[in-house]
Structure formats: C-alpha cells, structure tokens
Design a protein around this ligand. Structure first.
Ligand SMILES: O=c1ccn([C@@H]2O[C@H](COP(=O)(O)O)[C@@H](O)[C@H]2O)c(=O)[nH]1
Length: 487
C-alpha cells in the first residue's frame, strides 16, 4: 500500500471537512469529539478517484476472498462500491434500505444465486450495526458474507462486533492512524489527539448500541463552549480566527466595540480610550460622514497600537460579482483594510466565492462572519435558515469563515469557529426599535457567545473608558467561569 498516497488522502479528507473535531451527537446518544461525514466526498471527484483506487488496491493486497459480488452499505458507500465494481470488474448488488411495497418487493437488487459470496463495502464504522443490518438482509436471500471492507474504523468496537457475527472487518484507515497523520502534518495538536483517544477508550459500543463497560460516562473535551481560546486556536481552519483566538487569550478580551458614530474624529477619540479593552473594533463605514483614507490609516495604527482587529459590519447580501465589487471598490475599499467582514448567507455559497475572488494579495489575511441569526425582534431567520448557514460556514470555504453571528449556544459546534453575539448591555432590555439586550454573563454562559458586541452600552456611557473596562472584565470573568479556569 502506498503510504504517501494514503497519508495525502487522510489530509485531503480533513481539508474537505469529511472529518472534523467538535461536539457531535452520535446515533447511540452520546456526544463525540470527532465526526466523519464521508457523504461530502461525492462533491470531490479527485477524492472519489483516489479513494476507490486505494480501496481496490487494498482489497487485492489483503488477499481477501472477494467472492462473486460487491455490496455497498446504503447510502454513502453506494457510489464507492459502484466505482470499485467498475475498477475491479466485479459485479455489484444493491441492498434496499426498505423493501419495495409493490412489484417484486425485493430487498436486494442485482443478479445472484443463493450460495454466492458477497463482499461488503462501508464508509465509516462505529459499532458495526449498519454493516450487520446489510449482512442480515443479504444472508436472508441466501448470500454468503464473511468479509467487509471499510474506509474508516472509529475503533469503538465495530471490528469485534462484526467478527462475533462471522464478518471480518478490514479498514483502510483507523481513527488512530488518521489522528497521527494530522499530528505529523501539524494540523492538530497532541492534546486534540489525547482528547479523542480518551473519548474512544471510554466509548466502546456493542452492536445493540449499549456500552461495553457498565457505568461508562463519556466526556467530550472538544466541546466548543468548554474549551479555552488557546486550545481552540489549534483547531481553527481560518487563519484570521486562529489569530483572533490567540489575541483574545493573550489580551483577556472578548469585547467588540460597535463604533456606531458618524464622525471619524469621534470614532478615533473613542477608540484611543477603549482600545486597551477590546479584541475587535466593528465599524459601519457607510455611516461615517467624512470617511477617508486617512481615517482608515488612523484606525489601522490604533489597531496595531492596542492590538485589536478591524471588522466592517457590511452584511454583504448580493450575488458573487456584486459583492466582489462592493468589497474591493467604491469609496470604502473594504478589502484593503478590514480584517473581517460580516456576510448574510441568504445569497448562498456564491457570496463567499465572490468576496474571496478579490483577495489576490496572499499577505492580506481576511475572514468573514456569517449571519445565522439576528438580535432584532421579529427577524426572519428561522431554525432552518440558521442550520443551512452553519452548513455553509463549515462545508466549503472553511478557511475563509472565521465565525458566525448568532444568538443561540447550540449552533456553533466546531471549536475553531467563533461565535459573535450582538445585543449586550449591562442592564439587558429592549430598545425602541426592537433591539434585544442581555447581560454580559447571560450572553456568554447561556447564549454561548465568544465575542460580545457592545455599541450604545459604551457609546452613551458618561465614562466610556471605565465602562469598556467593566464590560471587558465581566465578559472575561464569565468566559473563565464557562471553561472552568481562573481569571
Ligand atoms: O444581529 C445583529 C447583527 C449586528 N448587529 C450590530 O451590532 C451593533 C449593536 O449595537 P448596540 O448599540 O449595542 O445595540 C450594531 O452595530 C448592529 O448593527 C446587531 O445589533 N444585531
């Protein structure tokens, strides 16, 4: 087996988010720090090609008796079995998930005779129950099953469970092998490997879904809200979120100032005062009456002096071509100075592609925050819209998405993504135009915010500097309490 090719494929699977770290609810009811989603590979013909090449070679190499037929476990392994069948010139069978209720009422499609041997193909194995479901149906038709080829064995008991039912499992990758590949390539840290290993050791599962060891309690140490910013920086895929997470940890600040003032001088004076307490300065360039290149330069030098990042809250929401122009051109030339921008997910993936298309200078590292929810009363972002936004944030262009603007603690599960939450005021409440506010503690501990946006809570304060300091301290204390560290 070509180990270089195997390792390259492992890295590519990580790159396309076919496997990821975070907090994922599993079929057996527990939360896992690692998740494989091989359904995405159908969108990457290069991955499909390499994977089926390697699987075909692996089948030859392990000298398993392949029998007459191949059968993929529905659904993810179906295209894999199809491609292997073509490469290996071995006929295929399809097992239906549900028997047809009309016509032939068949469970297994394809030509076969009772007594024929069939090799099972599966994508990811946890307990092995999906393989065994397929085996039961094939055996009920008289087919003989002794072996299964799988892409990834999560090492949670699948091999033992299938062996007990007379099926030997052969895996191209084990979870440990993949973790090692990522570690060697510097994509993850040793502590991530340890957190996953600890989980796997505790979460050994029988084929009926129960734990092998009685009284098992499984702890997921890679749950976003319980992790420190330093640990999360190791997992971030977007370079800007990596930097921002480190900045927040070193500066002990999760405060974003919404500088919603209309004169550049007022903004600069305010930022000079509150700069030491913020990790991010959020602007609305189109409300600044005297916006100029000099204003941008002054903002940039303040950002350098006080160590914070700049985010233009432009909320891009148009087709790719238009947002590309809005980002790079016009009076604001946002892409030349804003480390981050906000983007509505409404137009679909094209909005990210359009923004990314203007970033020709590799030195300028840029990122976006996607809006999944809003803080205003009666906003139209429902659960389906928010879930689709999260899919957009994590599936493609994940090197460009630094975080998500939202109000709920359960949306952002990937620890490398930041949750930015507006609607924060010391005293909570609602404004005359329907803006909802919660206290700093509530927003961090109940709503799961990493970065909290405060505008008028500071802008209208008598002493803006002291107030910004108060927000920074209360937000930081709430974060420390959330992750269980001392301030
Ligand atoms: O859902 C959202 C998204 C963005 N914002 C922006 O945050 C600030 C909040 O200002 P306050 O004065 O603290 O209300 C403002 O710039 C909004 O454009 C938001 O409020 N809600």
């Amino acid at each position: 087996m070509d180990q270089t090719k195997l390792k390259e494929l492992g890295l590519r699977l990580f790159e396309i988010n076919a496997f990821k770290f975070g907090d994922f609810k599993m079929k057996v009811g527990i939360n896992s720090p690692v998740y494989f989603d091989l359904r995405v590979i159908v969108s990457y013909p290069d991955v499909m090609d390499t994977l089926t090449d390697l699987l075909t070679e692996y089948i030859k190499q392990i000298k398993v008796d392949t029998g007459v037929h191949l059968c993929g476990v529905p659904y993810t392994a179906l295209p894999l079995a199809t491609l292997i069948s073509i490469k290996a010139k071995q006929p295929m069978l399809i097992r239906r998930k549900e028997a047809k209720t009309y016509g032939t009422k068949k469970l297994v499609e394809g030509k076969f005779n009772a007594g024929d041997k069939c090799l099972i193909i599966e994508d990811v194995v946890t307990s092995g129950s999906s393989i065994l479901d397929t085996v039961t149906d094939l055996r009920s038709e008289g087919l003989v099953i002794t072996d299964a080829i799988v892409v990834v064995d999560r090492e949670q008991g699948g091999a033992q469970n299938t062996e007990e039912k007379g099926v030997r499992m052969h895996s191209l990758f084990t979870l440990s092998y993949l973790l090692n590949v990522l570690l060697e390539a510097g994509r993850i840290e040793e502590k991530t490997v340890q957190a996953v290993a600890k989980y796997i050791e505790g979460a050994q599962i029988k084929s009926d879904g129960s734990f092998m060891k009685n009284g098992t309690t499984v702890v997921n140490e890679l749950s976003r809200a319980g992790m420190t910013f330093e640990a999360r920086a190791d997992l971030a895929k977007c370079p800007v979120s990596k930097e921002l997470l480190k900045l927040m940890a070193s500066k002990k600040s999760t405060l974003c100032l919404a500088a919603d003032l209309t004169k550049s001088e007022d903004i600069l004076n305010l930022v000079e005062k509150v700069g030491p307490y913020i990790c991010l300065l959020k602007t609305h360039a189109d409300i600044v009456e005297d916006f100029s290149e000099n204003f941008v330069k002054s903002l940039q030098s303040l950002a350098k002096k006080h160590n914070f990042m700049l985010m233009e809250d432009r909320k891009f929401a148009d087709i790719g071509n238009t947002v590309a122009l809005q980002y790079s051109s016009g009076p604001f030339k946002i892409s030349s100075w804003a480390d981050l921008v906000t983007v509505h997910s409404l137009p679909g993936q094209g909005v990210l592609k359009g923004l990314k298309s203007v970033l020709t200078d590799p030195i300028l590292q840029r990122g976006v925050f996607l809006l999944a929810e809003m803080s205003s009363q009666g906003n139209l972002a429902n659960a389906q819209y928010s879930a689709a936004t999260m899919k957009m944030a994590t599936e493609v262009d994940s090197d460009f998405v630094a975080g998500v603007v939202c109000q709920s603690s359960d949306l952002v599960t990937f620890p490398g993504l930041l949750q930015l939450t507006p609607g924060v005021k010391l005293e909570g409440g609602v404004d005359d135009l329907g803006q909802n506010y919660d206290s700093p503690e509530h927003v961090v501990k109940e709503k799961g915010a990493d970065i909290c946006v405060v505008g008028r809570g500071i802008l209208t304060a008598k002493n803006q500097e002291d107030t910004a300091k108060k927000y920074q301290e209360r937000l930081w204390a709430a974060y420390c309490e959330r992750v269980g560290i001392s301030e």
